[in-house]
Design a protein around this ligand. Structure first.
Ligand code: NDP
Length: 453
C-alpha cells in the first residue's frame, strides 16, 4: 500500500533518512504509518501543526551503557545494555528486557515503538519502553547469569522506578533473571519497591497468570477473531514456532480449547508429532533442563525432527490450520507465507513481536488468511504485568481465576477495538490496520492534550 498524504510521506522519508541502518525500526514505523494514514488524513492540519508523527516516531530517550561482568573462568566480559523509553504519554514506560546476541539499537527501538501502541490497546495506564542486552544466556551457568544481571542492574537502576519505568521479561529473560535483577535493585536502593519489575516470582510480589499471560492472551484473541469469522477452534491443528514462554503457554491454552498442536521449534529445528505434542515433555526440557527441542526425541522417539537448514524454517513446511509464530521477528517472510498458504492455513496468530515481514503480512491479508497482529494479540503479557503492578500497589493478591478472567476480558476488549477500528476505516478484516488505528488515536489525543513535549 503506498502513501497518498504529503505529510505521512514526508515523515516516513525523514525516518528513513535519519535511520538508514535500523531496518527493524524502519519496518515497524512503515507498517504503522501506512495503516494509520486514513486517520491522519482526517486531522492532518492538527497533527502537522503539533509535529505529532515526528514526535511519535522519535523516542523520548535512549539509554545505552556498558555491562562488565566476570565469567566462571575469571575472565572479564563486556556487553552493551539498552533501555529505550519511547513514549510515556499514557503512563510510566513499560516493556520487557531481551537478552540475546542479536540485540542492537534497531531491535530495541522497534520493540519499544511497538510497545507504545500495544500498551495503549490494553486500556491500562502504561507508556511504552523496551530494553535488553547483546548478552547470550545460552550455555551460561547460574552464577554467570547472576553476575551479568547484577552488573546490568547497577546501571539500569538509575533510570527505572515504579512510577518511572517498569521492565519485565522477553527473549532470554524469565523468572530466574527477573529474580536476580530484582534482588540487585533492592540491595542498591535499600527499598522494597515490588512494582519496579514485573514477572517476579509468586513468593515475592509476582502475579498468578503472568507466566501464562502472553500465550493465553494470544489464544483468547484468536478465539475472538475466529468466532467473528464463524470459524470454530475445536479440532483444528496448529504449529507453533519457538518453545519458550510464549510458545509453551499458547500451546497449553490451544490444547485446552480443543486444538491439536502438532509441531514446535527452537532456533535449531522442530519436532513434528501428528498425534499431538506432549507439552509436559516440552516444559521439562525448556523450563527445567534448559535443553534443546531435539531432546524431545529422548522421551518420544517416534516423532520426527527437522533441522533448520533452508531459508524457510523447517516448521513452516508442516501443514496445519493455524500458525502461531512465537519465536522472534521476521520469522515468516514472503516465501514462507506462500508455503503456508499453499498448505491451506486459515489463520495466523502473532505471539512474537513482528514475526511476519510486511510483504508476508500483506500477502496473508490479500489471500483472505486471518492475521492476528502482535501488538494486539500478544498484549496479554504486558496487560497482566500491569495487573501485577496493581496488586503490588494494593499489597494484595488476586487468585488465578480472578487474574485470568481480567486477562480474558482485556483480550476480548482489544479484539473488539481492533475490529471496530478496522470497520470504521473500511478494511473490515485487516486487524493490523484496526490495531494501529485504535491505538494511534488514543496515543495521539493524549500527546496533543499534554502539549509540545
Ligand atoms: P523465550 O526466550 O522464552 O523463548 C524464545 C523462543 O524463540 C525460544 O524457543 C528460542 O529458541 C526461539 N528463538 C529465539 N530467537 C530465535 C531465532 N532467531 N530463530 C529461531 N528461534 C528463535 O522468549 P519469549 O517466549 O518470552 O518471547 C518470544 C517472542 O514473544 C518474542 O518475540 C518476544 O518479544 C515476544 N513477546 C514476549 C512476551 C512475554 O511475555 N514473554 C510478551 C509479548 C511478546 P532458542 O532457544 O533456540 O533461541
Amino acid at each position: 500500500m503506498s502513501l497518498t498524504s504529503e505529510y505521512t510521506k514526508k515523515v516516513l522519508d525523514e525516518v528513513q533518512y535519519n535511520h538508514p541502518n535500523e531496518p527493524e525500526f524502519l519496518q515497524a514505523v512503515k507498517e504503522v504509518i501506512t495503516t494509520i494514514e486514513p486517520a491522519v488524513k482526517q486531522e492532518e492540519e492538527r497533527y502537522k501543526k503539533t509535529a505529532l508523527l515526528e514526535r511519535l516516531t522519535e523516542p523520548e530517550r535512549i539509554i545505552s551503557f556498558r555491562v562488565p561482568w566476570v565469567d566462571d573462568n575469571g575472565q572479564v566480559q563486556v556487553n552493551r545494555g539498552y533501555r529505550v523509553q519511547f513514549n510515556g504519554t499514557l503512563g510510566p514506560y513499560k516493556g520487557g528486557l531481551r537478552f540475546h546476541p542479536t540485540v542492537n539499537q534497531s531491535i530495541m527501538k522497534f520493540l519499544a515503538f511497538e510497545q507504545v501502541f500495544k500498551n495503549a490497546l490494553t486500556g491500562l495506564p502504561i507508556g511504552g519502553g523496551k530494553g535488553g542486552s547483546d548478552f547470550d544466556p545460552k550455555g551460561k551457568s547460574d552464577n554467570e547469569i547472576m553476575s551479568f544481571c547484577q552488573s546490568f542492574m547497577n546501571e539500569l537502576q538509575k533510570h527505572i522506578g515504579q512510577d518511572i519505568d517498569i521492565p519485565a521479561g522477553d527473549i532470554g529473560v524469565g523468572g530466574r533473571e527477573i529474580g536476580f535483577l530484582f534482588g540487585q535493585f533492592r540491595r542498591i536502593r535499600n527499598s522494597y519497591e515490588a512494582g519496579v519489575l514485573t514477572g517476579k516470582g509468586i513468593e515475592y510480589g509476582g502475579s498468578l497468570v503472568r507466566k501464562e499471560a502472553t500465550g493465553y492472551g494470544l489464544m483468547y484473541f484468536m478465539r475472538e477473531m475466529l468466532n467473528a469469522n464463524n470459524i470454530n477452534l475445536q479440532n483444528k491443528t496448529a504449529i507453533i514456532s519457538g518453545s519458550g514462554n510464549v510458545a509453551i503457554y499458547a500451546a497449553e491454552k490451544a490444547m485446552q480449547m480443543g486444538v491439536k498442536v502438532i509441531a514446535m521449534s527452537d532456533s535449531n529445528g522442530c519436532i513434528y508429532d501428528n498425534n499431538g505434542i506432549n507439552l509436559d515433555v516440552i516444559k521439562k526440557i525448556k523450563e527445567v533442563e534448559r535443553g534443546r527441542i531435539k531432546d524431545y526425541l529422548q522421551s518420544c522417539p517416534n516423532v520426527q525432527y527437522y533441522e533448520n537448514n533452508s531459508e524457510i524454517q523447517a516448521i513452516y513446511n508442516i501443514k496445519a490450520d493455524i500458525v502461531l509464530p512465537c519465536a522472534t521477528q521476521n520469522d515468516i517472510n514472503i516465501e514462507c507465507a506462500k508455503r503456508l498458504a499453499e498448505n491451506g492455513v486459515i489463520a495466523v496468530g502473532e505471539g512474537a513481536n513482528m514475526p511476519c515481514t510486511i510483504e508476508a503480512a500483506n500477502y496473508f491479508i490479500e489471500q483472505g488468511i486471518l492475521l492476528a497482529p502482535a501488538k494486539a494479540a500478544n498484549a496479554g503479557g504486558v496487560a497482566t504485568s500491569a495487573l501485577e503492578m496493581s496488586q503490588n500497589s494494593m499489597r494484595y493478591f488476586w487468585s488465578f481465576e480472578e487474574v485470568d478472567n481480567k486477562l480474558e476480558n482485556i483480550m476480548i476488549n482489544i479484539f473488539n477495538m481492533c475490529q471496530q477500528a478496522a470497520q470504521k476505516y473500511n478494511c473490515p478484516k485487516n486487524y493490523i490496520a484496526g490495531a494501529n488505528l485504535a491505538a494511534f488515536k488514543k496515543v495521539a489525543d493524549a500527546m496533543i492534550a499534554q502539549g509540545i513535549i
